[in-house]
Design a protein around this ligand. Structure first.
Ligand code: COA
Length: 206
């Protein structure tokens, strides 16, 4: 089975005084590969989102949505799905967000991944994605998917392109609100987490 370019530590919740500042594995030590080939920006932490983060999350997401590269989110939608979200912070400032939305017993979507202008290419998106994948594993989900224009970003994490039709009908409910529906040109990608689990377990036993 495929070995992915990162190791997954158990997802944990820790207090703000912890080095990780919340959910996740904490800052990657300088020089440690983070899958992006570079250490992430210093002082960036990833934690679960709170309702106080929503106005900034909306600003970041809707900035990119106005450019047609992701789906817009209202404050109402963000409050409704706040438990799905992690945010990346630098100091007290929210600089990115991303969500894991459970669809069914065997499938979840990684969605609304957005990093503020000026913070791209520093490993912030990668860190959030790893936390969301950790959470998916903790929940026992065997597979996650994403609909995206950023194929290379997800491919680096082991996602593979699949035909839209291979995803179950129930995932398209949210797409009814998308201006592009039914002509979705986003790339459908999936990641088999059970393959990673089996591979990691085998590696640990050796
Ligand atoms: C997609 C997105 C969330 C990725 O976040 P990010 O923080 O820029 O992601 P990373 O820094 O982890 O990786 C981005 C790229 O920078 C490169 N990179 C990562 N760390 C780097 C560093 N320290 N120095 C230079 N380049 C770096 C990576 O190779 C990566 O390239 P790739 O995506 O083509 O593989 C962000 O670009 C974004 O908000 N885009 C607009 C909205 C969007 O398209 N969202 C996706 C919807 S599913």
């Amino acid at each position: 089975m495929k070995r992915l370019p990162y190791s997954i530590a158990p997802l944990r919740y820790s207090s703000a005084s912890d080095a990780s500042g919340g959910w996740g594995r904490g800052p990657t030590p300088a020089g440690e590969p983070n899958g992006a080939g570079a250490a992430p920006a210093a002082g960036v932490t990833v934690r679960k989102a709170t309702v106080r983060d929503v106005p900034t999350m909306a600003r970041i997401i809707n900035h990119w949505a106005s450019q047609g590269i992701m789906l817009a989110k209202s404050h109402h939608q963000l409050y409704q799905y706040i438990r799905d979200f992690v945010v990346a912070t630098h100091g007290d400032v929210v600089i990115g967000c991303g969500a894991l939305h459970v669809v069914w017993e065997d499938l979840a979507e990684v969605r609304s991944m957005a990093v503020a202008d000026g913070w791209h290419g520093k490993g912030v998106g990668w860190r959030m994605l790893q936390c969301l994948l950790d959470e998916a594993r903790e929940l026992g989900l065997p597979r996650v998917f994403a609909l995206t224009y950023r194929q290379s970003f997800f491919a680096r994490a082991g996602f593979q392109v699949v035909p839209h039709e291979s995803l179950p009908h129930k995932i398209w409910g949210d797409c009814l609100n998308c201006p592009k529906y039914p002509n979705c040109d986003e790339i459908a990608m999936t990641l088999d987490l059970s393959a990673i689990t089996a591979e990691d377990d085998r590696a640990e036993r050796q």
